[in-house]
Design a protein around this ligand. Structure first.
Ligand code: ATP
Ligand code: MG
Length: 445
């Protein structure tokens, strides 16, 4: 028998509904989190009281969506508590939104419309109500659809993405029938709005096990529907006689994601797709050598399409595209400072660390060591060249300073002087520091 304690704020809500002769239960992810010993992020309740009746008990509640969920702001909690009247759902129009929601009469009706057994648990203050052996599946780390999996995914295709996402997040297995039902119905995911698919995809990428989640996408056939370009990478060999590749392109991309140290979903996504243009540029020479000439440009074009498909924000798109476009950057001890500066300008200073994270993931995901002395040297030089100004506006002195110091009016002369100072700094003849610049200024004047 599992023992648990509910927060006082939750107890209060339960007591108040009961005092008003209504049934009320804690449901959904909260019960799952309690049983897993996790901190509960969302508190959801279900009741036989209608939204109007809930609002009579809690006049401060807000009810502003078509599902009639009443939200309550509770002190000390970031997210409002959500109270929803028992529901039953019949017939799904666009494979996502229920055609018709009708209030249910019993808890059982409400639980049987939920997606997975461990999400169909309820707590009625003292005990767990478990109609579908959700606790057993939770203990065995299994994602299992409530009822007939095939039917459930036909009602709402997003549940297939949810199954893969939750399995990834929790490191659970998808039960066989549920798994096969996803395989059978995978094409239905195309009926779901891309924003929703993106939400689930990003949750997979943000989880502790993005690799597992993406692998599940592939094995269930969902990847073929939402990221067909990535599916094409599997089976594309890249092992040339004298080269180190141990994986095919698709496996390499998955392994790179597994090794990616960044927790940013865009950086992780860029890592997953950085070579996605390789299948289109594959060439095998008579010597047996395999080349992927210009693959980063083709990958960039595909990345742009993906950003479009999943309706990325402008910033998300820019970051993804830059990381893919420049992932082939050269690391060479004979590089000039200006080549290194160009790298920083191309990638953008704010994404340089993400770019390095992608490179390390790319190396590890190809069976190489994490770093090399060349890469370490490159990182040092990235820091070094940043001490130098990139343009006149990075000088630690302005046109106004020049005018004041020399007591001259605005005009082309000011620009000329700044340019001279800039060149001296670039040539490392003086430091980019105000005092040194002022001293030099008086000298060249
Ligand atoms: P998370 O909060 O981590 O996204 P969750 O399981 O709590 O996971 P929510 O989207 O918060 O998911 O949904 C709350 C509950 O509503 C779920 O636990 C589940 O019982 C039910 N639910 C959500 N989406 C669906 C769906 N598409 N089909 C059936 N039931 C669903
Ligand atoms: Mg939740």
């Amino acid at each position: 028998m599992t023992t648990f304690e509910l927060p006082i704020e939750v107890e209060k809500i339960l007591t108040k509904f009961q005092a008003n002769k209504y049934e009320i239960y804690v449901v959904g992810g909260a019960v799952r989190d309690i049983l897993m010993g996790k901190i509960v992020s969302d508190w959801d309740f279900t009741t036989n009281a209608t939204p109007e009746e809930i609002l009579k008990i809690y006049p401060d509640g807000f009810c502003d969506n078509i599902y009639g969920t009443v939200g309550l702001t509770v002190e000390g909690y970031d997210k409002p508590f959500e109270i929803t009247t028992f529901r039953t759902e019949h017939g799904y129009r666009d494979f996502r939104r229920p055609d018709k929601i009708s209030w249910g009469k019993t808890l059982k009706e409400d639980l049987e419309r939920r997606d997975f057994t461990f999400n169909a648990l309820a707590i009625d203050d003292k005990k767990i109500i478990d109609l579908y052996e959700g606790q057993k599946d939770l203990d065995n780390k299994i994602v299992r659809a409530v009822g007939d999996a095939n039917k459930r995914f036909n009602e709402d295709a997003l549940r297939m993405m949810r199954a893969v996402r939750i399995a990834g997040e929790l490191n659970f297995k998808i039960e066989e029938e549920t798994f096969e039902a996803i395989q059978r119905n995978s094409t239905l995911i195309n009926k779901i709005a891309k924003e929703r698919v993106k939400d689930e995809l990003f949750k997979i990428l943000k989880s502790d096990n993005p690799y597992t989640g993406i692998l599940h996408l592939k094995e269930t056939g969902l990847m073929q529907e939402i990221l067909p370009e990535l599916t094409k990478c599997f089976g594309v060999e890249q092992k040339s006689p004298s080269r180190h590749h141990i994986y095919d392109v698709g496996q390499h991309l998955l392994m790179s994601l597994k090794e990616c140290k960044s927790i940013d979903p865009i950086t992780r996504f860029a890592t997953l797709v950085h070579d996605i243009g390789k299948p289109q540029t594959f060439k095998k020479l008579p010597t047996g050598v395999i080349t992927f000439y210009n693959h980063e440009m083709v990958s960039t074009r595909i990345a742009e399409n993906l950003a479009e498909r999943f309706k990325f924000s402008t910033r998300e798109r820019e970051k993804l595209v830059k990381l893919v476009r420049f992932h082939q950057f050269t690391v060479d001890e004979n590089q000039t400072d200006s080549a290194i500066r160009r790298f920083i300008t191309n990638v953008g200073l704010e994404y340089v660390q993400d770019m390095l994270d992608l490179r390390v993931a790319d190396r590890l995901g190809g069976g190489a060591r994490e770093t090399s002395w060349r890469l370490e040297e490159f990182k040092k030089r990235l820091v070094e060249v940043q001490k130098q100004p990139f343009s006149i506006k990075d000088l630690k002195i302005s046109g106004r300073d020049v005018m004041e110091e020399l007591d001259i009016p605005a005009g082309p002369k000011v620009g000329e002087i700044l340019e001279k100072l800039f060149n001296k700094v670039v040539e490392k003849k003086i430091e980019n520091e105000k005092k040194a610049l002022l001293t030099e200024l008086n000298k060249i004047w």
